[in-house]
Design a binder for this molecule. Structure first.
Ligand code: SF4
Length: 291
C-alpha cells in the first residue's frame, strides 16, 4: 500500500495568520471572535484554551475586544460593534478584502450584484450585508430568480470550485444574452491550488481521505470534487475515525485536507495509516509518496 499526500495540504495563509493573530492578541486581554475563527473543532478548543471565545450574538459578547474572522464582515456589522463601543480587531483575509473591493466597484459602476456561493455562509453574508439588492447563486436553479437587468456584476465566495463558478457564469450569459455580465474571479489562489491538486490526487488514487471539520464548507467542496474522480472517498475530522476495512493491500491512498485543518491532524492521519500498514500482513509494500 502507498500513501500519497496532496500538494497544498496545510492550512491556507489566511486561516493560519488569523489564528496566530488571535493567539497573540489574547495574551494582552481576552477577546471574542464574531463567529468561529475556523470550522475546525480541534483548533477552536485550542483557541478557547487561549481565552478566545466565539459568538455571533452581540448580546453574548462579554469582552471589550471583538475580532472579525478571516471570512470578513459587512461594514454594517463593524458599525454595530463600534456603536456598542467594542474595539474591533480585523483578521479578514486580504483575499476576502479583495473580493469585497471588486464587488463594491461593480455596484458603483451600475452592475446588479450577484454572488456565487453558499447562502448563509459567513463570507457570503459579509459580501452582501451592505447591499440593498443582490442575488446569491448556488446552482443553476437560482438563475430563474434573477431579475432582468442590463448589467450584472458577478463575484464568487473565495472557496467555491472555480469550474462550477465558470459554468454558472456561462449559464448566466446564456440566460441573459443581451445583458452585460462582468465577472470578477474572486476564488482565491490557495483554493484553486488545493482543488487542482485534490482532483489530480483523486484521479490517481484508489481511495482518498479528506480531512477537515464537519462544518467546513471548503472541506465539503473537496470531498465532492474527489468523489467525482474516485469511487472510495472518506471525509474524516481526525485519525480515530479511520477504519481498517476501508483499505486493501494494493491501494494507493491519497490524503488531502481542508484549508483550516492543522498540520498535526494531518500528521496523525498519516501516522495511523503508516502504523496500520506496519501492523498488517504487507509491510513490504509500505511507501509514502509526496508530489
Ligand atoms: S481560503 Fe483563501 S480567502 Fe479564505 S482565508 Fe484561506 S487564503 Fe484567504
Amino acid at each position: 500500500m502507498h500513501i500519497k499526500l496532496a500538494k497544498h495540504l496545510g492550512m491556507c495563509f489566511g486561516v493560519r495568520d488569523a489564528i496566530a493573530f488571535a493567539k497573540t492578541q489574547s495574551r494582552q486581554s481576552p477577546l471574542t471572535t464574531l463567529g468561529d475563527l475556523v470550522h475546525n473543532q480541534g483548533v477552536l478548543r485550542e483557541l478557547n484554551d487561549h481565552g478566545v471565545r466565539s459568538t455571533r450574538d452581540f448580546d453574548q459578547i462579554e469582552t471589550s475586544r471583538v475580532m472579525i474572522t478571516a471570512h470578513g464582515s459587512s461594514d454594517s456589522v463593524r458599525q454595530a460593534l463600534d456603536e456598542r463601543r467594542h474595539e474591533v480587531l480585523d483578521a479578514t483575509c486580504p483575499l476576502v478584502h479583495h473580493a469585497h473591493r471588486l464587488l463594491t466597484e461593480l455596484v458603483a459602476s451600475g452592475h446588479f450584484p450577484l454572488v456565487i456561493g453558499k447562502p448563509g455562509h459567513v463570507e457570503v453574508k459579509g459580501l452582501t450585508g451592505d447591499l440593498e439588492e443582490f442575488r446569491i447563486i448556488s446552482g443553476e436553479a437560482d438563475l430563474e430568480h434573477i431579475p432582468p437587468r442590463p448589467r450584472y456584476g458577478v463575484v464568487a465566495q473565495t472557496t467555491q470550485p472555480i469550474e462550477r463558478v465558470r459554468s454558472l457564469v456561462a449559464a448566466l450569459r446564456e440566460r441573459f444574452p443581451s445583458a452585460e455580465v462582468a465577472f470578477r474571479d474572486t476564488v482565491c489562489q490557495p483554493t484553486k491550488n488545493r482543488q487542482k491538486a485534490a482532483k489530480q490526487l483523486a484521479t490517481e488514487s484508489d481511495v482518498v481521505i479528506v480531512i477537515g471539520g464537519a462544518r467546513s464548507n471548503n472541506t465539503h467542496e473537496l470531498y465532492a470534487l474527489c468523489s467525482r474522480h474516485c469511487s472510495r472517498v472518506y471525509h474524516i475530522q481526525r485519525a480515530e475515525e479511520l477504519r481498517e476495512e476501508w483499505f486493501f493491500p494494493s491501494d494507493l491512498v491519497g490524503v488531502t485536507a481542508g484549508t483550516s485543518t492543522p498540520d498535526d491532524q494531518i500528521r496523525s492521519v498519516v501516522d495511523w495509516l503508516e502504523a496500520w500498514i506496519v501492523r498488517s500482513d504487507f509491510p513490504a509494500r509500505l511507501s509514502k509518496v509526496t508530489n
